[in-house]
Write a protein that binds this ligand. Structure first.
Ligand code: GLN
Length: 265
């Protein structure tokens, strides 16, 4: 069923907007909102912070978490561990989620910050992240990656013209995926998860973890559509595909980035 009516609502949970919003990650929320509104889908954005009860997570259709510095991650993780464990059930019940940079580090098994003690994660993603310390180089720069995840590639919401994603990364943590983890994409230019094994991000069920800021979704809006479609299909218990939007501007932006970095289709 093609969706273009105002009887549907997506409830978006935004994890710790005050503590976790680096490098324009708020732009991802704007993309979710506008792409729903342009199709007549209502959007309710719920900021989730230390005052939000665990039970509120149950009402969320689509979850988003952005980047953060180590200090903020520590504060957030204490709250996640004690009061937000429903995030695990959200992901386990196939509801979609997007976690960027600092957020997926907290959804993995653990994050060892630059200074201080190991922070235990929620264990949603089978991966570990270690920051080598303040004197080591951060992994910074523009990124081009090719989507490799079969769940994403099989979807009708992806453009036929490209399976590239573009973005910007800035992280000290090096993430290593466990045997059971599936990467989100394969690095063409940039560092990705650790600068060594060519993997970028992680995917478990309908949850995506990615190091790409930029923010990610304005540059790669088909990812937003994929997540919105999953949210609606699960909420209304039927297959819903979104009507197409005019994405010529973002396509031109992506083509320009690819050609600047000398990638030709
Ligand atoms: N603090 C983390 C790191 O440096 C995350 C940084 C970020 O979210 N940009 O690895």
């Amino acid at each position: 069923m093609k969706n273009n009516n105002n009887s549907h609502t997506v409830v978006i949970g935004w994890l710790y907007p005050q503590l976790m919003s680096t490098y324009g990650d708020r732009g991802n929320i704007l993309v979710f909102k506008k792409r729903c509104e342009w199709r007549g889908i209502k959007v309710d954005i719920i900021p989730i912070d230390q005052n939000t009860k665990n039970s509120v997570i149950q009402s969320i259709d689509l979850l988003f978490g952005g980047g953060a510095q180590d200090l903020e991650q520590n504060i957030v993780m204490k709250d996640l561990q004690t009061k937000k464990r429903n995030i695990c059930s959200h992901v386990d019940s196939d509801k979609p989620a997007l976690f960027v940079c600092g957020a997926p580090q907290l959804m993995g098994e653990y994050y060892e910050p630059s200074v201080g003690k190991r922070i235990e994660g929620l264990g949603i993603f089978a991966m570990k992240t270690v920051h080598p310390g303040p004197s080591d180089d951060r992994l910074i720069g523009n990124v081009i990656a090719k989507m490799t995840n079969q769940t994403m590639l099989a979807s009708d919401s992806l453009p036929l013209s490209t399976d590239y994603i573009v973005g910007f990364e800035n992280h000290g943590g090096r993430t290593f995926l466990g045997k059971k983890a599936t990467p989100f994409a394969k690095i063409i230019k940039g560092y990705g998860n650790n600068g060594k094994d060519g993997t970028e991000g992680v995917m478990y069920k309908n949850a995506i973890g990615s190091y790409l800021h930029g923010p990610l979704l304005p540059k790669n809006p088909f990812i937003a559509d994929w997540l919105i479609e999953k949210a609606l299909s699960i909420k209304y218990n039927k297959d819903i595909s979104l009507i197409a939007l005019d994405d010529s501007l973002s396509q031109m932006a992506q083509e320009s980035i690819l050609s600047k970095m000398r990638i030709t289709e």
